[in-house]
Design a protein around this ligand. Structure first.
Ligand SMILES: Nc1ncnc2c1ncn2[C@@H]1O[C@H](COP(=O)(O)OP(=O)(O)OP(=O)(O)O)[C@@H](O)[C@H]1O
Length: 371
């Protein structure tokens, strides 16, 4: 099956007075059939702009954006409308029509499609409303329903025409924690059963575990693949544990030669190296130092001080030829991670002991050579 969304080097600008302000920068993103992807990031980072471009609500200015195999760059309003009808949408505030019953709200979506007779539309609407647990509320009006029920109607309306793509914009922000999770699980399960891909824009980290992949935006750019990077460095973490950790991560950049960790300081962070190389150096009492090892991408450091609750046992410094990028996990989140994942705890302990033993061996060898 072909890709549901294919984006290459997409830029977008808004007019601000006489100037153009760039909002999206070189976005590349692919979404495959049946994939559930969460798009998250700080307020103002450009998520809604990207979603509205994918949802054919704006015209594409620069780059390539293919939705359901149609190139949207250069598409006119009529072409965009035709593709729009093949997509399902779920919004933050449900957007139900108050003067229509639950069943009518869902049927409207089908009647916009070509080739649907009224009885067919009714049968299909009842079927999906039963699937979302509202088979007993067909004649109710939106005002008679709870927030969670309204969102279920919106999900039924979005999926009734079996779109191959479902877009959801902050679908849980008007719901309590439990309802938000239930509604998201229902939405993603039904979408997958129908073979639809799902793209959800959300700040709500409680629903991250309902997705296959999380994509983060920062200042109009797509961030690195946190999930992929973490699972390479720490393969012992389950997807659920990864999703819990991702919202707590911070990305830091250190210029060439800069110190990331200083020997003797209190250990308060754990680091996963994403780009560049670092040198692990032992400062010796005679004001000399010894290079213990060099680490490259997809490795980690900083675990010894945290696991042993001691001060840093070595200095870690970016090599002089390139800047390094690290993902930082704060002390509290590190302890949460090792408490929830015994395998990760065992792996980190094993690595820490191994590093310390090698260090001890190297130090005695160094002493015997210099004596
Ligand atoms: N129509 C517009 N005209 C000018 N600037 C806009 C317009 N819409 C959005 N922006 C600006 O574009 C940037 C990105 O906005 P966007 O709504 O896409 O971000 P977001 O990540 O969805 O934010 P939030 O999570 O708060 O909804 C913001 O700086 C916003 O102020």
């Amino acid at each position: 099956m072909s890709q549901i969304i294919g984006i290459q080097n997409l830029n977008h600008y808004y007019q601000e007075g006489k100037k153009q302000k760039q909002i999206l920068f070189g976005i590349d993103l692919q979404i495959e059939p049946k994939e559930v992807v969460i798009l998250t990031g700080a307020s103002g980072s450009g998520k809604t702009t990207l979603l509205s471009l994918i949802g054919c609500m704006r015209s594409v200015q620069e780059g390539s954006l293919k939705v359901l195999t149609h190139e949207l760059k250069g598409a006119n309003e009529i072409q965009r409308m035709q593709i729009r009808r093949r997509i399902g949408y779920v919004f933050q505030h449900f957007n139900l029509l108050d003067f229509m019953t639950v069943e009518q709200n869902v049927m409207v979506s089908l009647e916009l499609q070509e080739n649907f007779s009224h009885p067919q539309a009714r049968n299909q609407s009842r079927e999906i409303l039963t699937a979302v647990g509202l088979g007993q509320h067909l004649d109710a009006y939106p005002r008679d329903l709870s927030g969670g029920q309204k969102q279920r109607v919106a999900i039924a309306r979005a999926l009734v025409h079996r779109p191959r793509l479902l877009l959801a914009d902050e679908p849980t922000s008007a719901l309590d924690r439990q309802t938000g999770r239930e509604v998201t699980e229902l939405m993603t399960r039904l979408a997958k059963e129908q073979g639809s891909a799902v793209l959800i824009v959300t700040h709500d980290s409680r629903i991250f575990s309902a997705s296959d992949r999380i994509v983060r935006m920062e200042d109009g750019k797509l961030d690195i693949d946190y999930q992929g990077q973490l699972s390479i460095a720490l393969p012992t973490l389950t997807d659920k544990q990864l999703f819990e950790l991702i919202p707590q991560l911070k990305m830091l950049t250190f210029p060439p030669g800069e110190i990331v960790i200083r020997q003797g300081e209190l250990a308060d962070k754990f680091y996963i190296l994403i780009e560049g190389e670092v040198e692990v150096i032992q400062e010796l009492p005679n004001s000399k130092s010894k290079l213990l090892k060099t680490l490259g991408p997809n490795t980690y450091f900083g675990e010894i001080g945290l696991l042993q609750e001691t001060k840093r046992t070595a200095t870690v410094r970016a090599t002089t030829d390139a800047a390094v990028k690290v993902l930082v996990i704060e002390r509290y989140d590190f302890y949460q991670m090792v408490v929830t994942s015994k395998m990760t705890h065992a792996l980190l302990n094993y690595q820490a002991i191994k590093s310390l033993l090698i260090r001890k061996f190297k130090t005695s060898y160094y002493k015997s050579m210099t004596n």
